[in-house]
Design a binder for this molecule. Structure first.
Ligand code: 13P
Length: 263
């Protein structure tokens, strides 16, 4: 029997709060979450939360003070470390707040704010340069899926987003496959459909960055992930985690997502 090439990959559940929760609501949410999650949860699963920029400092303080092993994440950043970019936030500023993960290229940024593959790539490199790790997003529209171009769309976004990164960097980062038609719609991709795209992404990473990077890179699924559907998604061989929007906003739901293995 052929030896498996897949490295053990730690499950990774991330909560993308988008433009929700004031810093006060965010503090309350994290405190509640920390009561619900246990050491056993943190031993089994990596957890990150991605509040709005205005809540990062407050959440950093809560996580530090209570030594809560939840990683702090941001939802976006600029690629320059400083400059005349009104309204932007630099990777350096995030790193100083102990931010560990930065989502880059979320479909909402691409669709609503005109982010291009080239920007996503610049951001991914800048995040690494500041000592953090990017979560690089990809995903197709419903029209692209219906036209049969899901794979080419996603693989194109991944290859452009990761261009010029070292194999070590690719091994360390996270890719989030989020079909746009599944985001916030309640329509979740079937585990088989999600696995098919994510498996193809892993093969593409191998082709471009080597077998070691492909075996190590963690790939999350995102799009209407709920406590009731996460276990079957996580059971797929190439799905290593979830990037969760709506169901990450309440501590109860999010803790159930982190505990998917017990449901
Ligand atoms: P929902 O979980 O609300 O569908 O959002 C998914 C998402 O966009 C996470 O980044």
């Amino acid at each position: 029997m052929a030896e498996s090439v897949s490295a053990p990959r730690r499950p990774f559940i991330s909560g993308n709060w988008k433009m929700h929760h004031t810093h006060l609501d965010a503090i309350a949410m994290v405190q509640k979450l920390s009561y619900l999650l246990t050491d056993a949860d943190y031993q089994a699963v990596d957890v990150s939360i991605h509040p709005a920029f205005t809540a990062l400092r407050s959440i950093q303080t809560v996580l530090d003070a209570d030594q809560i092993p939840i990683a702090l994440g941001a939802q976006n950043c600029h690629w320059e470390s400083k400059g005349a970019y009104t309204g932007e936030i630099s990777p350096l500023m995030l790193a100083k707040l102990n931010v560990a993960w930065v989502i880059v290229g979320h479909s909402e940024r691409r669709q609503l704010f005109g982010e291009t593959d080239e920007w996503v790539n610049r951001k991914a490199k800048a995040v690494f340069a500041a000592g953090m790790t990017p979560i690089v997003c990809c995903g197709e529209t419903l029209e692209e899926r219906q036209a049969g171009s899901t794979e080419s769309r996603c693989l194109g976004q991944v290859s452009a987003g990761l261009e010029g990164l070292t194999a070590e960097q690719v091994a360390a980062l996270v890719i989030a496959y989020e079909p746009i038609w599944a985001i916030g719609t309640g329509v979740v991709a079937t585990p088989e459909d999600a696995q098919a795209v994510i498996g193809a992404i892993r093969v593409e990473v191998g082709r471009l960055h080597g077998a070691g990077a492909a075996a190590a890179v963690r790939i999350q699924y995102g799009g209407s992930v709920k406590p009731g559907n996460i276990a079957e998604l996580m059971a797929q061989p190439d799905i290593d985690g979830a990037l969760v929007g709506g169901a990450s906003l309440e501590a109860e739901d999010f803790s159930r997502l982190v505990r998917y293995r017990l449901t």
